[in-house]
Ligand binder design. Structure first.
Ligand code: B16
Ligand code: MG
Length: 216
């Protein structure tokens, strides 16, 4: 039976997907690489370095390892400049009550974010204490869609993967949840989320009673 819910952060709880998108877009334009919405969608949920590799697929020239590191750092600087100003107002509508409803139902909560900025964000958003376990992205070696991060979250909660539900806004994340052997809830409207077991337009529509049969 269902005992835990594992949330993604960017694009599910925090309104940061647009900030990541803008930072990559700025970098792409500075180095003369095309950036359209298809590329933008592919970057969602994917860690920083893997995102850069996707971006550079469009590049006519090769970049050295040190150059790539500098580019990834530059993107992160653009991103950090924006989230420095973040506060609880940057929670997506309904996100906090969705997490609280899971806790009230007696289930455990975890965060499975690929972002190395996740601890800072949780602090700024004021929701760090709503999670029983937070996966440290620094300890993950394989980016979503690999199941590693969701498996680490289940292990951290002391639960079997089959007892967990994953909530994601990115195709890479849905694939990661499924490979981990969990039920996947997609948040958003994008065609790329078609694989989700249940698709909700936004996190405000997430209600744990959809899965437990009890009222939240
Ligand atoms: P950082 P999530 C992911 O977070 C983002 O969706 C993705 O766009 C970003 O590249 C990745 O985190 C790494 O973030 O550069 O801050 O370490 O959706 O898994 O919460
Ligand atoms: Mg996400």
């Amino acid at each position: 039976s269902l005992k835990g819910v594992i949330f993604d952060l960017d694009g599910v709880i925090a309104d940061t997907a647009v900030v990541h998108h803008a930072a990559w877009k700025k970098l792409a334009s500075e180095i003369g690489i095309p950036f359209d919405d298809t590329v933008g969608e592919r970057l969602k949920g994917v860690d920083r370095r893997a995102s850069l590799d996707i971006l550079l697929e469009q590049s006519p020239r090769a970049f050295t390892e040190p150059e790539k590191e500098a580019l990834a750092t530059r993107k992160n600087d653009y991103y950090r400049q924006q989230i420095e100003r973040f506060g609880p107002q940057n929670l997506l509508p309904g996100a906090k009550s969705a997490i609280e409803s899971v806790r009230r139902a007696g289930l455990k909560t975890a965060l499975a974010s690929a972002s190395r900025n996740a601890p800072l964000l949780l602090e700024k958003l004021g929701i760090a204490d709503l999670f029983d376990y937070v996966v440290d992205a620094n300890h993950i070696s394989r980016a979503k869609p690999d199941p590693e991060i969701f498996l680490a979250a289940a292990r951290g909660l002391g639960l079997a993967p089959g007892e967990c539900l994953g909530v994601e806004d990115a195709a890479a994340g849905i694939a990661s949840i499924h490979s981990a052997g969990m039920t996947a809830v997609g948040i958003g409207q994008h065609q790329a989320l078609a694989e989700a077991d249940l698709l909700l337009p936004n996190v405000a529509a997430f209600d744990i009673s959809l899965f437990t049969g009890q009222s939240g």
